[in-house]
Ligand binder design. Structure first.
Ligand code: MRU
Length: 348
């Protein structure tokens, strides 16, 4: 059984698979308001960098649709589209795909002016971004799989799968392609506190594709890597900086350090829409999420009342700990500033 789509655009309405309740329940929420879409991104209904970008683009379509349904002046169009843009831009700060998609919408709005034609153009753009993402992930998957030796155990973190993208996945795309090529003996999925993307989403996706997966708690990583000698740790990214540093789910940096010590290689699988050539790793904004996500576990209190908390959602892995960054255009081996910028320049 294939993983259900995280995002469906149908009858001019956006449907998002509510990832907060997977895998127990598979339910879609319906959206026709851009501000509700911004909340859905913030509240983790939809998550994963490429999926957030696609959703942002559809959010702008919904803003234009609302305007087109009533007579509105050019000034009203401008004000409403920029209010929607601001709300969506303020939903989550780290995944640069969100801003990449909004910038593409800005270009369309600038070209079309404000009015009826902008709606058709935004709709076309969002559908194109959505469809292209699947092809891009298949390419990433195939490039990444070429690096995986036969009979490999691999280790992944969080969920960089079909659920985090338009389909197929980035890190899980690599694992899917490598499995298709008969190279995968097994996959370890780290549970990924506090939202349990590894336990709830990655395990579920891989089991649906009959890819052998074993779930483990984060604290078991060093032990498991020493005992099982995975060939690669394969993760996605929320932002790859100009110097090759990569932001991804909190705990990725720990894994990269463990990998270095044990001679396991680290692969970051990400489309070029996840690259931010304007900043280096230390400047990547790291989302701080509410403390109750760790003092409570899915509504159940697990720490003392009023406990001080620190809940960064992402960390930045330095380029020196990354062996390969895989994009839809190929592989950046031993990434550094020169190689990252050359890869982007060659594939504009
Ligand atoms: O907080 P999340 O679930 O949005 O974090 C997701 C990740 O960290 C993914 O690894 C990343 O966005 C890449 S998804 C292809």
């Amino acid at each position: 059984m294939a993983t259900p789509s995280a995002i469906i655009w149908s009858n001019n309405q956006l449907q998002l698979l509510d990832q907060r309740i997977l895998p127990a329940r598979c339910e879609y929420l319906h959206y026709d308001d851009p501000f509700a879409v911004a909340e859905a991104i913030r509240n983790m209904v939809v998550r994963g960098a490429p999926a957030i970008g696609i959703t942002a683009a559809y959010g702008m379509v919904l803003a234009a649709q609302q305007l087109a349904s009533q007579p509105a002046s050019v000034a009203a169009w401008c004000a409403a589209l920029s209010a929607a843009r601001e709300a969506i831009a303020n939903s989550r700060p780290t995944a640069v795909n969100l801003f990449w998609a909004l910038n593409r919408c800005d270009q369309v709005i600038e070209e079309q002016g404000n009015g009826g034609q902008v709606l058709a153009a935004l709709r076309e753009l969002a559908i194109q971004i959505h469809a292209e993402d699947v092809t891009i992930n298949q390419r990433i998957g195939d490039f990444g799989a070429s690096l995986i030796p036969h009979n490999s155990i691999v280790y992944t973190h969080c969920n960089a799968g079909a659920l985090a993208t338009g389909g197929y996945g980035t890190a899980l795309g690599v694992i899917r392609s490598a499995h298709r090529d008969g190279k995968i003996k097994g996959v370890f999925a780290g549970e990924t506190r506090p939202w349990l993307q590894g336990a709830r989403l990655t395990s579920w996706e891989l089991m649906q594709d009959d890819i052998p997966v074993t779930l483990a708690i984060e604290g078991a990583a060093a032990h498991l890597i020493r005992e099982h000698k995975p060939s690669w740790i394969i993760v996605g990214a929320d932002r790859v900086a100009a110097n090759g540093d990569a932001a991804n789910k909190i705990g990725t940096y720990n894994l990269a350090i463990i990998a270095k010590y044990h001679g396991t290689k680290v692969m970051v699988a990400a489309p070029t829409s996840t690259f931010d050539a304007h900043i280096d790793g230390p400047q990547i904004p790291i989302e701080q999420r509410p403390g109750n996500e760790i003092s409570h576990s899915f509504g159940h209190q697990v720490a003392p009342t009023n406990i001080a908390t620190s809940n960064p959602a992402f960390d930045v892995t330095p380029a020196q700990l990354i062996d390969a960054i895989v994009t839809e255009h190929g592989i950046i081996h031993q990434p550094n500033r020169e190689r990252v910028l050359a890869h982007l320049a060659q594939n504009k």
